[in-house]
Design a protein around this ligand. Structure first.
Ligand code: UD1
Ligand code: MG
Length: 460
């Protein structure tokens, strides 16, 4: 039986007070709409349709995939009007699942439960018991058999109906053929002058079709985002649940309330993460990795036993774009940029920046340095204040540093340049020519000593 998944995302989201369409606001690094799409991805659907309207071009461009189609609703005259627009695109005789683009944390299991309970034959509503149901459509049940009779919108509800705490979540599964018929009969004769999708419930009841209410597993999964306050509340709820999953899997978080994951974090055993760390994109942490407080780590692989000290920033840009070898020590205050590939036991200290460079086992750059477009051999010691001058104003060039090279402090390695194995560079040198293995290269003004020198004195 064919399943259509319809996601309503045409609304304006006025209360966000933003130029960005509401469904494109981000929760844990991913748009609200992308969360909904991800939740329903495992469901086997014949069609996946997003209803766009406000900011349609931007929304469509942000989430477009070959598996998705878009139907525009302009102007937006209510949820029933939204579904009217989609009727010609609905496939088959089976089930249509209707989700909301601004309710991001709907669980796959819940969406599946709605579809299964519908089976193309019943109208199934996802409902939720709310402490404060203000603004929600109320589920009106039969006093005798508790069956669902109707949904009454908050603005149309009587004072007695407003006392009902069971609200409609905005999500339902309906038999496709009946849905098409019902939405054709909607009117906008109500408090808001809108076409309410929720009016189909009374139509189903009148036709004698079974109407079921399924209760959501948590309030969080049906909470919508209407303003920045609600967005931040859902973000926190989501972060806490991710943090708890990680802790249950053995990760030791100093404080789950001060942890942010905007992507995926895979990990080995005995990983420790101190407070205020942010992980983005795809991050892998090997066994025994310890991350100090206030680190931001994006698209990076950190191998077993490595230690990332406080206030370090690692950004691989894309998955696997930065890597740190086993037992390496990074930071505090280190910056690893895209293409930083560090071997085992590498040490990168404070205020050291590494970009598009490979450092072999045991290489060290401990203080105030820049390595860009460089290949660095094993056990190299790269002195404080030294930099690779990799950019000539037009093009980037590589610096190659052999094994066991010692680069003194405050050196400028003007690329392209190669330092042979075991070479030594005297502090303060500006190196513009290759240095052969084992050589000492010094390129700086010679020291001059004048004896009997008297310092100038101030004129009176
Ligand atoms: C709707 C329900 C209400 C339910 C509540 C849950 C109706 C009539 N009411 O009310 O029973 O308790 O959700 O949050 O359905 N949208 C469109 N086109 C439109 C209008 C809305 O695509 O013309 C989309 C919105 O972008 C949003 C969703 O539909 O994703 C819900 O719209 P919203 O205006 O928030 O409906 P509510 O009035 O909150
Ligand atoms: Mg709403």
């Amino acid at each position: 039986m064919a399943l259509n998944i319809v996601i309503m995302a045409a609304g304006k989201g006025t209360r966000m007070k933003s130029a960005t369409p509401k469904v494109l606001h981000k929760l844990a690094g991913r748009s609200l709409l992308a969360h909904v799409l991800k939740s329903c991805e495992p469901l086997d659907a014949a069609a996946r349709i997003v209803i766009t309207g406000h900011g349609a071009e931007q929304v469509e461009a942000a989430v477009a995939t070959p598996a998705l189609s878009f139907v525009r609703q302009i102007p937006q005259l209510g949820t029933g009007h939204a579904i009217q627009q989609v009727v010609p695109a609905l496939l088959g005789e089976g089930t249509t699942l209707i989700l909301n683009g601004d309710v991001p944390l709907i669980e796959t299991a819940t969406a599946k439960a709605l579809v299964d309970a519908c089976a193309g034959a019943a109208l199934v509503l996802l409902t939720v018991d709310l402490f404060d149901p203000t603004g929600y459509g109320r589920i009106i049940r039969d006093a005798d058999d508790d069956g669902v009779l109707a949904i009454v919108e908050h603005k149309d509800a009587t004072p007695e109906q407003r006392l009902i705490h069971e609200g409609y979540s905005g999500m339902m599964a309906a038999p496709t053929a009946a849905l098409k018929r019902w939405v054709g009969q909607l009117s906008n004769n109500n408090a808001q002058g809108e076409y309410y999708l929720t009016d189909i419930v009374a139509m189903a009841v009148a036709e004698g079709l079974p109407v079921l209410g399924i209760k959501a597993s948590s309030e969080t999964e049906v909470l919508g985002v209407n303003d920045p306050v609600q967005l931040a509340q859902l973000e926190r709820a989501f972060q806490v649940s991710q943090a708890e999953d990680l802790m249950r899997a053995g990760v030791r978080l100093a404080d789950p309330a001060r942890f942010d994951l905007r992507g995926t974090l895979s990990h080995g055993q005995d990983v420790e993460i101190d407070v205020n760390c942010v992980f983005e994109g795809e991050v892998e942490l090997g066994d025994g990795v310890r991350i100090g407080a206030n680190c931001v780590i994006r698209n990076a692989k950190i191998a077993a036993g490595a230690r990332i000290h406080e206030f370090s920033h690692i950004d691989g840009e894309k998955a696997g774009g930065a890597s740190v070898g086993e037992g390496a020590l990074i930071g505090p205050f280190a910056r690893l940029r895209p293409g930083a590939q560090l071997g085992a036991e590498v040490h990168i200290g404070n205020f050291v920046e590494v970009k598009n460079s490979t450092l072999a086992r045991g290489a060290k750059a401990n203080h105030l340095a820049y390595l860009g477009d460089a290949t660095v051999g094993e056990r190299v010691n790269y002195g404080a204040g030294s930099i690779t001058a990799n950019y000539d104003g037009a093009n980037k060039h590589r610096t190659t540093i052999g094994n066991d090279v010692h680069v003194g402090s405050n050196c400028v390695l003007v690329a392209p340049v190669t330092l042979g194995d075991g070479a030594t560079i005297g502090g303060g040198s500006t190196i513009t020519k290759d240095v052969k293995p084992g050589e000492l290269a010094v390129a700086r003004g010679k020291q001059v000593a004048l004896s009997g020198w008297t310092r100038p004195v101030k004129k009176r």
